[in-house]
Structures are given as structure tokens and as C-alpha cells.
Design a protein around this ligand. Structure first.
Ligand SMILES: [Zn+2]
Length: 202
């Protein structure tokens, strides 16, 4: 997960270009209003403005990722967690663990099922703006108003509020399917949206 120092530094300073939706180094971006534009896209962007195009908004510059793609990304993440966690949990609590109906079976369960997912998820969000599942479907979490990397506070709010959104029969999560900006309640409260990143051209 951790790359060499340079890579780590590079990722931290990446931004998503509102025009080509590729991740670009922060040193190569131009800001125009709320938009982040990479150097390669600047001429097209300015040309479009000269031709009378209105300033881009979050709605016009990004494609929001909808419910089903995010559902499958969630399945991928859950599967990854099960592959890692179940052998540990079964080793500690025995095969009976899979049949227990209790909320938390013990300290190891508390750590593996609750604390570890929180650390890993927020960690991935901070570094990649996505969990492995979201990365596979080219989805990235961005600030709903600037399109930039959300703050750690936003990610923490998003993580906690996800559980709140799931409580009323999953309604807050299902909201993604009907929302204009495809935000769940956790997105609304954290002021985030999930956008599609185009694959980097070779
Ligand atoms: Zn660009």
C-alpha cells in the first residue's frame, strides 16, 4: 500500500482535473473559480469559455457515480475484509463465531470488526480518496463544492454518518439512487460526492 517516498509525496499532492478527470500533480494545475484544471486541458478550457460557455459547476464537470456501481464496490470491499478477518476471527473464537448473533464477541472481534475497518477505510480515503472497491470501479470521493480532496474531518464524519444513514432500513444509503448528485446522507453530512475518474491515457 505504501509506495516509495516520492510516490507517497506525489499522491498527497494530486488533484483531479475537472476537464479530463485524471489525477494530476498539484504543481501542474490552474485554478479557475472553483475548478481545478490541468496544464494540458487549460487551452481547451479557456477556448470553451471564450466561446461563451458558462463556468463549469460540479454538475457539469463531473460524472457522479450511482447506486449500483457503488453497491458492487461495497461488495468487493466487504469480500476483501472477510478474506482477511474471518480466518483471524475463526482462529480466535472457533467456527461457532459465524453463527453467533451477538454484536461483539470479544476484544479481538471489537478490533477486527470495528476498529480495523474504520482505520483502513479512513486511511484509504485519505490516501486514495477511495477504498479498493471504489478504486476498481474508478470512483473517487471529492469535496462536493470544490471537487478537491476532502479533509480528514470530512472523511471521519462520512464514516460515522454512514452507519447512521444505514440505520433507517438503509434509506440513507439508498438515497444515492434518487439523489441529484448521487449523495447518500453520509455524503450530504460530510459534504462529499463520489465521481468517476477517467482512466489515465497512456
Ligand atoms: Zn486535464
Amino acid at each position: 500500500m505504501l509506495g516509495p517516498g516520492g510516490e507517497k509525496h506525489g499522491m498527497k499532492d494530486e488533484a483531479i482535473c475537472a476537464e479530463c478527470h485524471q489525477t494530476v500533480s498539484r504543481e501542474d494545475i490552474i485554478r479557475y473559480g472553483n475548478s481545478v484544471i490541468c496544464a494540458a486541458c487549460k487551452p481547451i478550457f479557456l477556448q470553451r469559455l471564450r466561446e461563451g460557455a458558462t463556468l463549469p459547476t460540479m454538475e457539469t464537470q463531473f460524472v457522479f457515480v450511482g447506486f449500483w456501481i457503488r453497491f458492487w464496490a461495497g461488495i468487493i470491499d466487504a469480500t476483501l475484509w472477510m478474506i482477511i478477518a474471518y480466518p483471524i476471527l475463526i482462529a480466535v473464537y472457533g467456527r461457532g463465531y459465524l453463527n453467533t448473533s451477538g454484536f461483539i464477541a470479544g476484544p479481538v472481534d471489537l478490533f477486527v470488526s470495528w476498529i480495523l475497518p474504520a482505520i483502513c477505510t479512513v486511511g484509504f480515503w485519505m490516501r486514495k480518496q477511495a477504498t479498493p472497491g471504489k478504486m476498481l470501479v474508478n470512483a473517487r470521493i471529492v469535496d462536493a463544492y470544490t471537487g478537491e480532496r476532502p479533509s480528514m474531518a470530512q472523511f471521519i464524519v462520512r464514516y460515522i454518518m454512514y452507519f447512521l444513514a444505514a440505520l433507517p432500513l438503509g434509506m440513507g444509503i439508498l438515497w444515492v439512487a434518487f439523489d441529484k448528485k448521487k449523495q447518500g446522507w453520509h455524503d450530504k453530512l460530510a459534504r462529499t460526492v463520489v465521481i468517476r475518474l477517467t482512466k489515465r491515457a497512456s
